[in-house]
Structure formats: C-alpha cells, structure tokens
Design a protein around this ligand. Structure first.
Ligand code: FES
Ligand SMILES: [Fe+2]
Length: 358
C-alpha cells in the first residue's frame, strides 16, 4: 500500500485526502519514523539550554527518539542518540552542565564527544574495546533561539530546510536572536499528529471555531494569505483595525513557527506523535527581555484557549477516521491549499524512492 500507489497519488492530486487508515495504522507510524522523523530537522528545545561550553540537554524528538545535545569544550554542538550502548538505559536526563555523560544504570561514562570513556569491570573482559561503543551520532544546529537535531548523520544542513523562512520572519522586524524563552506547555490530544498539523494549516474553520481569534485577525479568503514552499507552508493573517500581521508557518515536518503582531515574540509548537492515535503539542514561548509578564501570560492563555477549541475538533476527526467509513475526504484546495500540500508531502516522504523519481 505504502510502496507505490499511483491511484492514491492521482486522488490526492484531485483534492482527496490521505486514506483514513494512515491516521490509525501503527505500520504507517513506523514508516513515518523511518522516512520522516528519522531524517528531518526536528525541533529539540530552546537553544539557550546549550549556549555554554559543557552544557547539555536531553529531549525526545519525533515522539519516540531520545536525543542528547551537548556544547563541548571547544564550543561545538554535538548530538547523540541518548541510549546507552550497554543495555539501552537512557543516558542523560534534563539539562545542565556536565563534563561527561554517565548512564545511571551501570555507570558507563561517555565523553562529550560521545566516546565511551569508562565501563566498570570492562577491563576484566577479553576483547572488549571501548571504541566500539560510542553513543550514536546525530546532528545539531541552532536557528535564532531554536535548537534542532537531525537523527540522520548524512542529512544536509538545517539551512536546506529553513530556506527563505529566516528572511520572511525578518520582514516582521523581529530580532529573533534577542528573544528569550519564558514558558513551555505540553498538551496531549487523542488525535494522530497529522490531524493536528492539518488543523493548524487551515483557517477555514476559524470563523466557526475561533470567535475571539477571528474578531482579532481577518480570516476572510481575500485577506488571509496562504503560501506553499518546498519545505515550509505559510499563512499570513492581517490584524483587524491595526497595522501588522500574524505569521503562521509550518516547517516540515512538524514544527509550527509563529509571530504575533505587537511586541517582539516567537511561539513554536512541536506536534509530536504519541502512538498512532495520539499526539502532543509542545509549545515554547519566547519574548523580548523587557516584555512585561501580563503580556506574556495573555499570549499563553490565548494560545491555550485556541488549543482547547482545536482539541475538540481534532479528537472528533480521529473518531470519525477510526470508523474507516469515510476513507478519503475531499479538501477545498483554495481554502485548504496547505492541507493539500502537507498531505502530498507526507505521501511523497512515505512512498518509495523509485516512485519519487517518477
Ligand atoms: S545500560 Fe547504561 S550502563 Fe548499563
Ligand atoms: Fe484552529
């Protein structure tokens, strides 16, 4: 089914949606891990956590892959799969400063270069070579206040995914490098991560579902702009009765990057799979150093209110798709251009290389 399905490709191009089972089937999630999350640049958290030499942060990316990112003594970023080469315990936890990474299970100790430095009693074992058991490498890079990892050591640089996004964000006048992280929320949904992303990618539902939001920005089809690029999908919403616009981007595959009009700010949401029929929205909030607390709290409250309105929608879609009775829906490519594009990106990523070349 996933390998080569020209009929599915044709129906997607004609505006039909991905089949219902792509939102429920564990085999699809497994394929997404291999072909999407296993080889894309994924948001890992605020870059400030690893700004100093000897600092580290442990996180989970793609909803399943533990990563540890360190800033080594020379100031270089290094990232590793945070799984001990002994018997699989997670090595690092949380964030902080360290000179080495020690697994809490049997105290195997790794350098900040990922190499195994010490393994108690291993000298008693003939033929045991510490050089064979380095932590598995990943890649890490930062963009503004954001830290990214790529599980694929052979993947191209982050800039190949960001492309024109930094320039578009800069049009708002926001100096991303000057923002600091002030809050994180981590909220769960009983809906496949793609349903959550697709909901984020259209404002066709805004007049119906988000009354307060729709009173604030112009969500009408002539004012609300959708732009599709190769690696990110953008929405621009003019603020009513004031200059400025909101920017809503989705950086492939699962990171929402948002700028609200007003005082300098940045919000990102990582939509992380949590099993085939669940997901989490991890939100990090950034603002200027001098921003006042009331504004920060209002931003968090507003975004959480939108989340609750959306959660009801996406959980209902999950229940509908689980029936399998409506196997393929029909999008409106003018109003839902970005949903249409996202689904074809998912299809492209999961279909075989041979098919991609056709
Ligand atoms: S699993 Fe890490 S030291 Fe044993
Ligand atoms: Fe919404």
């Amino acid at each position: 089914m996933l390998a080569a399905d020209p009929e599915l490709a044709r129906s997607l191009a004609a505006g039909y949606t991905l089949p219902a089972e792509w939102y429920t089937d564990p085999a699809v999630l497994q394929r997404e891990r291999e072909r999407i999350f296993g080889r894309s640049w994924l948001y890992a958290g605020p870059a400030s956590l690893v700004s100093r030499s000897g600092s580290y942060v442990a996180c989970e990316v793609g909803g399943y892959l533990p990563a540890v990112i360190v800033r080594d003594g020379e100031g270089r970023l290094q990232a590793f799969v945070n799984v001990c080469r002994h018997r699989g315990h997670l090595v690092a936890r949380g964030s902080g400063a360290c000179e080495s990474l020690q697994c809490p299970y049997h105290a195997w100790t790794y350098g900040l270069d990922g190499r195994l430095r010490a393994a108690p009693r291993s000298a008693l074992e003939p033929g045991f070579d510490k050089d064979d058991f380095s932590l598995l490498p990943m890649q890490a890079e930062t963009f503004g206040p954001l830290l990214f990892v790529n599980p694929d050591p052979a993947a191209g640089p982050l800039a190949e995914t960001l492309r024109e996004l930094p320039a578009i964000l800069a049009r708002s006048g926001t100096d991303l490098a000057a923002l600091r992280h002030h809050h994180r929320t981590d909220l769960g949904m009983a809906a496949n991560w793609k349903i959550a992303v697709e909901n984020y990618l259209e404002c066709y539902h805004c007049p119906v579902a988000h009354k307060r939001f729709s009173a604030m920005v112009d969500v009408g089809p002539d004012a609300y702009r959708l732009e599709s690029r190769e690696t990110f999908l953008s929405q621009f919403a003019p603020v009513r009765d004031a200059p400025g616009e909101f920017q809503y981007h989705l950086l492939w595959p699962n990171l929402a990057v948002m700028l609200y009009a007003g005082p300098p700010n940045l919000i990102v949401y990582g939509y992380e799979p949590d099993g085939p029929e669940g997901s989490r929205r991890i939100a990090d909030y950034f603002s200027a150093e001098e921003a006042d607390d009331a504004t920060r709290r209002e931003t968090i409250a507003f975004s959480t209110e939108l989340f609750e309105e959306d959660r009801a929608l996406v959980e209902s879609v999950q229940r509908g798709l689980r029936t399998g009775r409506v196997r393929q829906g029909r999008v409106l490519p003018r109003s839902e251009l970005l949903v249409h594009r996202f689904q074809s990106m998912v299809y492209q990523a999961l279909s075989t290389e041979e098919e991609r070349r056709r």
